[in-house]
Design a binder for this molecule. Structure first.
Ligand code: GAR
Length: 226
């Protein structure tokens, strides 16, 4: 895996600004990745436009042929077929807003990571920025974690944090956290691409995260100078 590009599939639901960061990093070869495909569960996600612009395969799995919005089980069935075709080494949830079943996660042909806008285990789920302000947190940020059947609960690989300002609103905080996300997601994927989480056979194994003795225990907490 060290010399080869890491093949990644990206699942999205919205704007796709994190997808864009990965597309740009692929283009400039800043990251040793090949985005083999993007799956969107929404037909109106701007992420689709970003992937199309970059000439990346896109599967929009939002409606059935009869025009009904897909149930999650139908989405999962189609997504699984698509992922098996693309054969990614890693599946990245970048702003993917539906909860996936344990059966789907276990059946996926590659390990999966998620980008979540909070310092997990704090603020699982939605509205993380508003909740961080309401509860009077000093710090907030984002996490990259392994996806398991339990929502936002898999092993955290890395977190990036910032100090909440007295003047922050949910919106300004979201914007500030986005800037951290644009650093921590590629940073984490780079570690994975470089084989940091590979076992002896160089096979990516995020369910059994090794702790190299030369590094501190996970999660790695990064504070970027703003
Ligand atoms: C990101 O802030 C990501 O952390 C969040 O959605 C946003 C997507 O932005 N993900 C979740 O809330 C997952 N529960 P983007 O579409 O511009 O990359």
């Amino acid at each position: 895996m060290n010399e080869q590009k890491l093949k990644i599939a990206v699942l999205v639901s919205g704007n796709g600004s994190n997808l864009q960061v990965l597309i740009d990093a692929q283009k400039t070869a800043e990251l040793p990745i090949e985005i083999v495909g993007v799956i969107s569960n929404r037909e109106d996600a701007y992420a689709i436009e970003r992937a199309n612009q970059a000439g990346i395969n896109v599967a929009v799995l939002s409606h059935t042929p009869s025009g009904k919005r897909m149930k999650i089980s139908t989405f999962e069935q189609h997504a699984l077929e698509q992922l098996k075709q693309w054969q990614p080494d890693l599946i990245v949830l970048a702003g993917f807003m539906r909860v996936l079943s344990g059966d789907f996660i276990n059946a996926c042909p590659a390990p999966m990571i998620n980008l979540h806008p909070s310092l997990l285990p704090k603020f699982k789920g939605l509205d993380t920025h508003a909740r961080a302000i309401e509860t009077g947190e000093t710090y907030h940020g984002c996490s990259v974690h392994v996806v398991t059947a339990e929502l936002d609960a898999g092993a955290v690989i890395a977190q990036a944090l910032l100090k909440i300002n007295a003047s922050d609103t949910a919106e300004t905080l979201q914007n500030r956290v986005h800037e951290l996300e644009y650093k921590i997601l590629p940073w984490s994927i780079n570690l994975i691409a470089k084989g940091m989480f590979a076992n002896g056979d160089k096979k990516l194994d995020l369910n059994n995260l090794p702790h190299p003795t030369c590094l501190p225990a996970l999660p790695w907490k990064l504070a970027f100078v703003e």
